[in-house]
Design a protein around this ligand. Structure first.
Ligand code: NOJ
Length: 526
């Protein structure tokens, strides 16, 4: 287990939209460096940077043209090295986005692979034997590139059509289709090594690890993902040997598989079986004051996964959001979000905060798609820093901004919130400080669900580590709730939010049971 993960709290940065220092309307590395103190002051000590490599940006940079070159619009490799160094100086870590599943169709690897003449890259991608043969019914292949190549064949595409799929082989190749190569064929093995080289390159320059894009889908025709699991075990062995401090977090959403595959952490996500959306985003999210939500299924699955992964060192991460999800502020208001953060920052695992969520930045409604964002575009608009033009994000003319900002940035911005003791930003800061000050709340602390009925409030759980026990009581609903669990006489309130603010403890009903105020959070040391 990498030591530095023990007290890590990540901040996800979408580089396009964080801070622009050269007035071209798009964020850059120097902008991130300029804002490192803000992130540190918030209490985050690690950063996940979305793809920042040379790309035609058909999919916001998840279509890499050159794995070894920083995208010029953000700066140079040297700027990136400086960013790593500046972060390290502040005791922070930076992980990059590794996109191992596909490249851009403008990548040299693909262009070589598309040549009729056999060469080093011929088997680097998944190709059929004839342009007339497609991928209908082949698992994990979303589209294809057909026609326009000298090579006779169709190339599998992983996400959008401009993202040809790299070849890691097929777990169960169809014997009638000779192009479905086994995982240990020369082409798939060479692809692995090529990606390891990319990892070596950036780790050598000072990055601390990777968030891995679509980690669960690299090996094709792999219904139980056992092939993909074996593949990542090999990557993990490579890291353990050459970069023992480096970490990998997977975009997989199935910790029972990803942690076995060797990932140090896995996200619960808006897709997959986790029921993550029930918390903050469904029509009736559990954290909404209307009080109609239900997170029982979420916890059933969460506990099941914890059981399966217990003691194995992997962490399950519950993010506030990410660049692919509709922002939490679309469904929850700032007061509701304070309770959502009370949950996120008191759960096990490593918290991930999506830039802007700490101030309740809005989802921008009605935007046209930018760089393959589609409905995700509204969650990717520039960070609101203050109430100067463009909310302090950029001094470019407004029309040049990478994505338009919401009108609310005049009130909802980091500077305004820093000066308001009741702001969401200050609530998040306080919660991070409380997490850090209490070992029970940290990543590896034990977790026990104490109270949660179907469609009911409050949610009560216990955390424990290093001899400290903390009881977390959350009642996001707008109605008072009665806690069935007895609160020990000696319990000490160490954090209070919403309806509990200013109170020294819970009031009792006639049976002596605790009354949990509407819309409140309370952490007790017990
Ligand atoms: C997941 C990324 O998070 C998303 O933004 C991207 O479009 C797809 N993978 C394809 O790489």
């Amino acid at each position: 287990m990498r030591e530095w993960l023990n007290d890590a709290i990540f901040y996800e940065i979408y580089p396009q939209s964080f801070c622009d220092t050269n007035a071209d309307g798009i964020g850059d590395f120097q902008g991130i460096i300029r804002k490192l103190n803000y992130i540190k002051d918030l209490g985050c000590n690690a950063i996940w940077l979305n793809p920042c490599f040379d790309s035609p940006f058909v999919d916001a940079g998840y279509d890499i043209r050159d794995y070894y070159k920083a995208a010029p619009r953000y700066g140079t490799n040297e700027d990136l090295r400086q960013l790593f160094a500046e972060a390290h100086k502040r005791g922070m870590h930076v992980i990059l986005d590794l996109v191992p599943g596909h490249t851009s169709d403008e990548c040299k690897w693909f262009q070589e692979s598309a040549k009729a003449e056999k060469n080093e890259y011929t088997d680097r991608y998944v190709w059929t034997n004839s342009v007339w043969e497609g991928f209908d019914g082949v698992d994990q292949i979303m589209g294809s590139i057909r026609g326009g190549t000298e090579r006779d064949g169709a190339c599998a595409a992983n996400f959008f059509n401009a993202q040809p799929a790299l070849n890691y082989g097929f777990a169960n190749p169809d014997p009638a289709k000779s192009w479905q190569q086994p995982m240990d064929a020369a082409g798939p093995l060479a692809t692995r090594e090529a990606i390891k080289d990319v990892m070596r390159f950036w780790l050598g320059l000072g990055c601390d690890g990777f968030r891995v894009d679509m980690a669960g889908s690299l090996v094709k025709c792999d219904p139980d993902q056992e092939g993909t699991i074996r593949l990542w075990q090999d990557f993990r062995a490579f890291l353990d040997e050459e970069f023992p401090e480096a970490v990998m977090v997977s975009e997989w959403g199935q910790p029972d598989r990803s942690l076995r595959a060797g990932f140090h952490m896995d996200f619960l996500l808006h897709f997959g079986p986790s029921h993550y959306l029930d918390l903050f985003r469904e029509e009736h999210p559990y954290f909404a004051r209307e009080g109609k939500g239900d997170c029982r299924t979420f916890f059933d699955l969460y506990l099941h996964n914890r059981e399966l992964t217990k003691g194995k060192g992997g962490l399950i991460c519950i993010p506030s959001g990410n660049h692919d999800m509709i922002r939490m502020a679309r469904t929850l208001d700032p007061e509701e979000m304070k309770l959502a953060f009370a949950f996120l920052l008191s759960m096990p695992g490593v918290p991930f905060i999506y830039y802007g969520d700490e101030i309740g930045e809005k989802y921008v409604v009605g935007l046209n798609s930018v760089e393959g964002g589609y409905e995700r575009t509204g969650s990717r608009s520039p960070m609101a820093w203050d109430n100067t033009p463009n909310a302090g994000f950029s001094s470019a003319p407004k029309e040049l901004l990478y994505i338009a900002q919401d009108a609310s940035v005049r009130e909802i911005n980091a500077a305004a919130e820093a000066g308001d003791p009741d702001s969401l930003l200050n609530a998040v800061k306080e919660l991070i400080a409380v997490r850090r000050a209490n070992p029970a709340l940290m990543d590896a602390g034990d977790f026990r669900l104490v109270e949660l009925e179907d469609h009911s409030y409050p949610l009560v759980y216990e955390r424990e580590q290093e001899g400290q026990k903390v009881l977390v009581v959350l009642n996001p609903s707008g109605q008072e709730a009665v806690m069935q669990t007895a609160l020990p006489e000696t319990a000490k309130l160490i954090y209070a939010q919403g309806g509990m603010k200013g109170k020294s403890t819970f009031a009792r009903n006639a049976d002596g049971r605790c009354i949990v105020p509407a819309a409140s959070a309370a952490f007790y040391e017990i």
